[in-house]
Structure formats: structure tokens, C-alpha cells
Design a protein around this ligand. Structure first.
Ligand SMILES: Cc1cc2nc3c(=O)[nH]c(=O)nc-3n(C[C@H](O)[C@H](O)[C@H](O)COP(=O)(O)O)c2cc1C
Length: 267
């Protein structure tokens, strides 16, 4: 096993941190490795907002579905899918006038651009995760940053063509975190297909979730939850936080499609 594979295989999410700062040198190396991530068209369609203000960390610990460990992380980076910078650059480059002369409408960022920017931001984020891990620094994704759009937009002054796609919290793991058993993954035969997508049938689901089923508690049966699928449906998929995330993401997408916004800021 080479060193890169070793780091990848040993990574796990870390949610409790030592009271130890990440040095400026190591932070700089993590940042440089992050910025080397592949990026669509070499456009770097993302921004990183480093959260150093404890008051903002405290706020995020509440707005991101009440996860107090966010406030205790020594390093917190918000990854923002970002078409605003390029759109502002197009405007600053006189593209509006150029389009008028060519008698074509000026295109604005749309759904495809949003997805591409999200890809960029997430790929960069994962570089940060692995770079940090290589220094023994743990991390955890916080997907709940996609919730509460109104609050996060104001908190970070996010303009129209941005999307707070993930929050990453970093820190040196406590010994307990390092001794936690690894989470298991599904067998590759349920994940990797050849040439074409294949939907799984009921028997395959039984095999795929056999271990999960065996760990179902008696309490869940008492609550009328018959199996792992039902447990996950109610606990995750149909939970309040999932519904809030969808509401919030819908607002962000609507914001991207709002025709009236999009002017260059005046400094
Ligand atoms: C997109 C995404 C969002 C996540 N959001 C959260 C989160 O809000 N809170 C949290 O504690 N973990 C979060 N996680 C971490 C997952 O729970 C974790 O990766 C998963 O349980 C597997 O465990 P492992 O990373 O330790 O292998 C997130 C992971 C991803 C990829």
C-alpha cells in the first residue's frame, strides 16, 4: 500500500478536537494542495471563506442543525460554489457591450453553471480533507450549511451567483476519535456497475443491508419501525433537516434565476 492509499484508507470523520492550533505553515500547505484540485476549464469556480471569528463559529454550530463541535474546531472553511467572480469579470470586461454589438443576449449563470461550480468546490474540499489528513489533522464535512440560506447569505455576505455547498471543520483528533471503529461501506458489487446502471432488486437489498438489519434495536420495533429502510427514511430522508435543506436549496436556485440581480458592486 503506498502512502496516498494509506491516508485515504485511514481517514475518518473527526468531530472532537485537541486544543491545539494548526500552524500557519501546515495551513498554507493544506491551502496550496486544495487550490491544486482539478477545476472545470481551469476556472476555479469556488471561493473559500475561512471562519476565524468565534462568534461566527458559534452561530454556525446552531444554524447547521445544532452541531456544537463546529464551534470547537480550530480551523473552519466554507466552500462556496462561485460563478459570481467570473460573471463580475465578464461585466468588468465589457461583455455586455460586446453582446449588444453582436446583437446577442448576454447569458447569465444558470443551473448547469451552478452544478459545475458545485463540482469544483467539492473536489477542492476533498483535496483539503486529504491534505489535512496527511498531516494527522482530522476533518468533517457539514452538509447542513446548505440549510438556512437566508441566515448564511447574510452571515457571509453571499452574492447572487454563489452557493454555500459545504463547510469543512478541521482539527487534531482526540485519542478517542482515533480509537473509534471505522464506518463500513457497502460491498463494491452494489456500487460499481459495468457499462450500464443497474437497479437493485429486493433480494439484493436484503443482502446489502443484512448487517444493518442485524443491528436494529428492539426500541425501533416498538416505535413501529420494521426495518433499516424505514428507519433511514424517517431518521434521514423525511427528517426536518432534509426538508429544511430542500427548502433552502430551492431558495438559492431561485436566487440564481432572479433576472433583476447581478450588478457589479461599487467599492
Ligand atoms: C456531503 C457530506 C455532508 C456531511 N455532513 C455532515 C454533518 O453535517 N455532520 C456530521 O457530523 N457529519 C457529516 N458528514 C460526515 C458523514 O457523516 C461521514 O462521512 C459518514 O458517516 C462516513 O463516516 P466516515 O467519514 O468517518 O468514514 C458529511 C459527509 C458528507 C460527504
Amino acid at each position: 500500500m503506498n502512502q496516498v492509499i494509506d491516508v485515504l484508507m485511514k481517514r475518518r470523520s473527526v468531530r472532537a478536537y485537541q486544543k491545539r492550533e494548526i500552524s500557519a505553515d501546515i495551513r498554507a500547505e493544506i491551502l496550496q494542495a486544495t487550490l491544486r484540485a482539478p477545476t472545470a476549464g481551469n476556472m476555479m469556480l469556488y471561493s473559500i471563506v475561512e471562519v476565524t471569528d468565534q462568534k461566527i463559529k458559534d452561530r454556525l454550530a446552531i444554524t447547521c442543525d445544532d452541531q456544537p463541535f463546529i464551534a470547537r474546531a480550530p480551523m473552519v472553511w466554507l466552500f462556496v460554489a462561485d460563478y459570481q467572480r467570473w460573471f463580475d469579470y465578464f461585466i468588468a470586461s465589457g461583455v455586455e457591450e460586446a453582446c449588444r454589438q453582436k446583437q446577442v443576449p448576454m447569458r447569465k449563470p444558470e443551473e448547469g453553471d451552478l452544478f459545475l461550480a458545485c463540482c469544483d468546490a467539492l473536489i477542492a474540499a476533498q483535496n483539503a480533507v486529504i491534505a489535512a489528513e496527511s498531516f494527522g489533522i482530522g476533518s468533517c464535512y457539514i452538509g447542513d450549511i446548505m440549510e438556512q440560506y437566508e441566515i448564511h447569505k447574510e452571515l457571509f455576505d453571499l452574492p447572487q451567483y454563489t452557493f454555500p455547498i459545504c463547510l469543512l471543520v478541521f482539527g487534531y483528533p482526540t485519542p478517542e476519535q482515533l480509537n473509534r471503529p471505522y464506518t463500513k461501506r457497502f460491498d463494491e458489487k452494489f456500487i460499481l456497475f459495468q457499462n450500464q446502471y443497474r437497479r437493485l432488486d429486493k433480494e439484493e437489498f436484503q443482502e446489502m443491508f443484512k448487517e444493518h438489519e442485524s443491528q436494529m434495536s428492539k426500541g425501533q420495533a416498538r416505535e413501529g419501525i420494521a426495518n433499516f429502510g424505514q428507519a433511514m427514511y424517517f431518521r434521514k430522508f423525511a427528517s426536518a433537516f432534509s426538508m429544511e435543506m430542500s427548502r433552502s436549496v430551492r431558495l438559492i436556485v431561485d436566487e440564481w434565476k432572479n433576472e433583476s440581480a447581478g450588478k457589479l458592486p461599487v467599492h
